[in-house]
Design a protein around this ligand. Structure first.
Ligand code: TXA
Ligand code: MG
Length: 318
């Protein structure tokens, strides 16, 4: 049975009980909803993989309340600590070697000697982490291979019956997963573009971020077909073909499209932050309407455009 509660103090206390008992709690972060379990409890973490039907055991992000807690889990190099000081709590995940005191279980790390850590900024996530007092392992709360959930209703659609409690905190503000930076190699590497733009991270570091040669090896969860809706998507479309609907950006497709064929505009004003917040709900809506073919307007690569275009390429590969 899945319980859905408004994320007030009583619901958070209930969530903490469930986590201590090895159960699963879905909760809002500033990026997307997470499917959380006690990161130190392998039986609880195994339930995450089962609920999501994840192929294999991709490593999960361990969520912590603050940088001090992250230092117990990982050997964060100075540059990583600089980023934590700048951007935590916030939509940035840091990958580093595990510390001797690391409490994140092997299964949550998929057996790696590294761990991915993030201190989320959402008040509900903050309250839950503070009350639980231990790292919470949480991937996005969607079934594996589908788009990440940005509302409690999306979590229900994907995971009803498989999660003990959903804390409903409304729609998540950023709408796109966190940016992941790895400190495992010789230089800081952008494993996944996300809700914190590359440019801000590079400004804080004073260096460019490296790009991994093969992201599917470095970040095992980043398989190409990872955000795939059922509809067939065509990217950077200049116009609509006969049997296509359009997902617009900045009104580029609307001018030439037949009436009623533009399903939505991710940002009429051409703002990539607004478009990121709307992206996953728009993709779910396309499937909910049963549309077979959708053309998506070109989206510039600046700001959050890099992460949006990354997710759209994966959506097409699926
Ligand atoms: O915004 C987010 O990051 C959301 C919210 C819930 O925090 N979480 C999320 O988790 O997107 P998930 O599991 O869907 O994506 C985590 C990514 C995966 O691609 C995984 O491979 C990578 O993080 N990852 C985790 N641990 C890693 C590690 N030790 N080394 C490299 N990549 C790692
Ligand atoms: Mg995910």
């Amino acid at each position: 049975m899945t319980q859905i509660l408004p994320a007030d103090a009583r619901a958070i206390a209930r969530a903490v009980e469930i986590l201590h008992a090895g159960g699963l709690v879905a909760f809002p972060t500033e990026t997307v909803y997470g499917l959380g379990a006690d990161a130190g409890n392998p039986a609880a973490v195994a339930r995450i993989y089962a609920a999501k039907r994840r192929p294999g055991f991709n490593p999960l992000i361990a969520h912590v309340a603050e940088a001090a807690a992250a230092l117990r889990e990982a050997e964060l190099p100075t540059a990583a600590q600089t980023l934590a000081a700048h951007f935590w709590p916030g939509p940035l995940t840091l990958v580093a070697s595990i510390a001797k005191t690391c409490g994140v279980c092997d299964l949550a790390r998929a057996g790696l000697a590294s761990v991915a850590l993030r201190a989320p900024a959402h008040p509900v996530a903050q309250a839950l982490l503070a009350a639980f007092g231990q790292p919470i392992a949480a991937p996005s709360a969607n079934r594996s291979g589908y788009v990440s959930p940005v509302t409690a209703a999306h979590v229900v659609a994907d995971l009803a019956g498989k999660v003990d409690l959903i804390l409903d905190g409304g729609r998540t503000p950023a709408g796109l997963e966190s940016t992941i930076v790895s400190f495992i190699g010789p230089e800081p590497t952008l494993l996944r573009p996300g809700a914190l733009p590359r440019s801000e991270i590079e400004a804080a570091l004073g260096t460019r971020l490296a790009t991994p040669r093969d992201a599917s090896i470095v970040a095992p969860g980043m398989t190409a077909a990872h955000y795939a809706p059922a509809a067939r998507l065509r990217l950077a479309a200049q116009g609509l073909e006969e049997d296509e609907y359009g997902l617009d950006f900045g009104g580029q497709l609307a001018a030439e499209a037949p009436a009623g064929r533009i399903v939505d505009d991710l940002s009429p004003g051409g703002d990539t932050t607004e478009a990121a917040a709307k992206l996953f709900a728009a993709l779910r809506d396309i499937d909910a309407r049963g549309l077979a073919k959708v053309a998506i307007a070109p989206i510039p690569n600046d700001g959050l455009g890099e992460a949006i275009n990354d997710r759209l390429r994966r959506a097409v590969a699926g």
